[in-house]
Design a protein around this ligand. Structure first.
Ligand code: DOR
Length: 437
């Protein structure tokens, strides 16, 4: 009788695990929801050789086998806007994008600023298709005035804090947030856009915003916000994480701070790596309206440089679902945000890897081990005994982004109709297949 030594074997794939410095053909063995071993023998194995049933054996010849991706910037909209996304639908979207872990933002209704709301989201995520880690609000109601009970949030399982959607404008409150967060060894994640400079802004302040007559958010609003928080981080010895960085000056400030040894990390979205503000006037596609706004070509080039030289630690989608009714309006009336979980990997392959900016291994590091380290999350590697969170990628499969194929409840993507060059084949969460094409 065939022994059931393993629950799942993924054979003959190119295994890339940047955390292990591993990148070659190998077989991955899963037992009891964990990685049991990675066998490096070059000879291929077949189902028969290992006495495995069809379900237990995946032939990954020609495919990449990498740790489940981690997205540390996702809006799940629950509680409050279950018409736009739920924990369940967001996790289904994550699985089809190759993500097995995500961090959800607290700008829900009500806001995630206490233990009950953290627990509510965690409960919703119990049987979901991805692991959900909650980010709590820095301030009560995200109003920027009074700190949330940060210890309570952490005790309930929050892994970081942010007032994302708005900048925490009060420097004194931010200073205290960094001091408290330091006691619990969590980062303060900042949406770094000075609110006063960006008041009423619709797009990047540039020649284009003038031409279109739309109020602009100046890049200096990010520079000022990033620099102030780096100074407060230096002062407090806390940990600062800059969310969705988008400008040359912002990247330069982080680069200098890192060289000085300040504890700062940052993320970039695929849209800030790929899109520029001259797209807006072409069709006034409201899905191009995001905060921070898509910038000029010079800023786009600078974030790509920052990604390459390691100033930017990780890639995060800022998946921000909005309903069709809300987005089907004039550009300046639309709420900011675009969905991203289901297109991130394909975009990064097509516009970052295929252009020679990053190798597969470096791109995977920025979507696995690096975000895991920033927030102290389990996973991000296929080391022995790690959770068997794995994604199998067809690295050359061309596909077209289609609205009717999104698993997200919202369809607000500017990439509909785009052709991308890599596709998730299967996503495995704790040894269970949660997505396959
Ligand atoms: O574009 C954005 N949308 N930026 C944010 O910071 C918030 C997000 C949202 O919640 O829709």
């Amino acid at each position: 009788m065939p022994s059931k030594k393993y629950d799942l074997v993924i054979a003959n794939g190119r295994v890339i695990d940047p955390a292990l410095g591993f990148g070659k053909e190998a077989h991955v063995f899963v037992k009891d929801g964990k990685i049991a071993k990675i066998e490096k023998e070059s000879a291929s194995i077949t189902r028969e050789m290992k006495s495995l049933s069809d379900e237990q054996f995946i032939d990954a010849t020609g495919k990449l086998v990498v740790p489940g991706l981690i997205d540390i910037h996702v809006h799940l909209r629950e509680p409050g806007r279950e018409d736009e996304e739920t924990v369940e639908s967001g996790c289904r979207a994550a699985a089809s994008g190759g993500f097995t872990s995500l961090c959800c933002m607290p700008n829900t209704t009500p806001c995630i600023d206490n233990q009950e709301t953290v627990k509510f989201v965690q409960d919703r995520a119990k049987n979901a298709d991805a692991r959900v880690y909650v980010i709590g609000a820095i301030t009560k109601g995200r109003l920027g005035v009074e700190l949330s009970e940060i210890g309570d949030l952490v005790n309930m399982g929050a892994v970081g804090i942010t007032d994302d959607g708005t900048y925490l404008q009060d420097a004194q409150v931010m200073r205290h947030a960094l001091e408290y967060a330091k006691m619990f060894d969590i980062p303060v994640m900042q949406h770094a856009e000075d609110s006063q400079l960006c008041d009423g802004a619709i797009m990047n302040e540039s020649y284009e915003s003038t031409r279109l007559g739309l109020r602009g958010a100046p890049p200096v609003a990010e520079e000022i916000a990033v620099q102030r928080d780096i100074s407060l981080c230096r002062l407090t010895g806390g940990r600062l994480h800059i969310q969705h960085i988008s400008t040359r000056a912002g990247v330069d400030a982080v680069r200098r701070a890192k060289a000085e040894g300040i504890n700062v990390t940052c993320e970039v979205t695929p849209h800030h790596l790929i899109l520029t503000d001259d797209e807006i006037g072409k069709a006034f596609n409201t899905n191009l309206r995001v905060n921070p706004p898509i910038r000029s070509e010079a800023d786009r080039e600078a974030v790509v440089e920052g990604l390459i030289d390691g100033t930017i630690d990780c890639i995060a989608s800022d998946h921000a679902p909005h309903s069709e009714e809300e987005k089907d309006c004039e550009f300046d009336k639309a709420p900011p945000g675009m969905i991203g979980l289901e297109t991130s990997l394909g975009l990064i392959k097509t516009y970052i890897i295929d252009k020679g900016y990053l190798s597969w291994a470096d791109a995977i590091a920025k979507m696995t081990v690096n975000p895991a380290r920033i927030l102290g999350l389990p996973g991000g590697t296929m080391a022995i005994d790690s959770p068997a969170d794995i994604v199998i990628i067809n690295p050359d499969k061309k596909w077209t982004v289609r609205a009717d194929k999104f698993r997200s409840l919202s369809k607000n993507s500017p990439y509909i109709g785009w052709k991308l060059n890599a596709r998730v084949e299967k996503t495995i969460l704790g040894g269970r297949i949660v997505y396959e094409v």
